[in-house]
Design a binder for this molecule. Sequence first.
Ligand SMILES: NC(=O)c1ccc[n+]([C@@H]2O[C@H](COP(=O)([O-])OP(=O)(O)OC[C@H]3O[C@@H](n4cnc5c(N)ncnc54)[C@H](OP(=O)(O)O)[C@@H]3O)[C@@H](O)[C@H]2O)c1
Length: 330
Amino acid sequence: MKAIVINRFGGSDVLELASDHPEPTPAPNQVLIKVNTAGINPLDWKICEGQLKFLLGARFPMILGNDVSGEIVAVGRDVHRFSVGDEVFCLVDTLPDPSWTGFARSGAYAELAVTREDTLAFKPHSMSHREAASVPLAALTAYQSLVHKAGIKPGDAVLINGASGGTGIFAVQMTKALGGFVTAVCSGDNQAMVAGLGADRVVDYRAHPVSDLDETYDIIYDAAAVTSFSQCRTLLKTSGVFISNLPDPLGMLAKFSYPLTRIWGGGKRRDFAWVKSSGGDLEAIRQMIDAGKLRTVLDRTYRMETIRAAHDYSRSGRVRGKLVVEFTDS
Ligand SMILES: NC(=O)c1ccc[n+]([C@@H]2O[C@H](COP(=O)([O-])OP(=O)(O)OC[C@H]3O[C@@H](n4cnc5c(N)ncnc54)[C@H](OP(=O)(O)O)[C@@H]3O)[C@@H](O)[C@H]2O)c1
């Protein structure tokens, strides 16, 4: 099969299009998906550069990519909820058993990909494969951060930094769908797009730095991961929570010593996103999509042959919404 592989860590020049990569075989609890479109995330070029080798190891050739929309073409003997011919989307985890870290193993940049049944959801009826492939990792990150980590409630005041990026566009819409009041932060060029997603207030961080804002929030979700708990602390309400998309060692220490930091910190807490592949969470996201409460914003669509340009653009940090790469001609 055709697959985009790397044989060593490095920049986008190490990405190669292999035409005869061995096809994967599904384990008993896995399905084999004919990939229509794969989504692209910053995680992909970070893995490509070797930034996560301490978590994921270094096995070459390695197929990158975690987001897929496509059709099931084979199922393992223990798969019961999905069948051949089903159109599905997911955050691919090619490991037969979830890793202890919860970190998924990639494998989406290929004509065929395997993943466990528990990672799958049916593709939204209202989306094309191209649109659906842009959803899983970014939307799951936003959903798990807002719902599971922050415990968002109707009426919460929520600040979303990086609102125009992959996770930000979903975080803005989910907060609205869950009854929150959104202050969205992005560059001036993206203000209109973010307002169109339903944000109640949109702030250009170049004109008004986040630390200068004059409101307080129940939740600050830094999807762009460019601020810190200490910079945002005064913007949090007494029992507010700050969630960054990038875990940092100090943040991890503070999170796990929360009973102590709660006493010293007056109830404000910090946490970090750690996206996990979950068919259950993705089904909740699918329902929001098919109910018309969540849509994607596709910035650019690539072909397999132009994947290096896709990684370079993602690395620029200026993507508006999402990028995808198509693996079929239809
Ligand atoms: N821990 C996890 O589980 C997890 C999961 C997903 C993502 N992440 C990480 O989270 C980060 C964001 O991911 P993503 O998919 O949303 O990335 P992305 O789609 O590449 O986000 C790009 C956006 O970042 C915005 N941005 C850049 N500098 C900014 C600044 N100083 N202030 C505010 N916004 C700024 C840009 O908006 P403007 O052009 O409008 O400035 C652009 O729209 C990445 O580092 C990614 O690896 C972590």
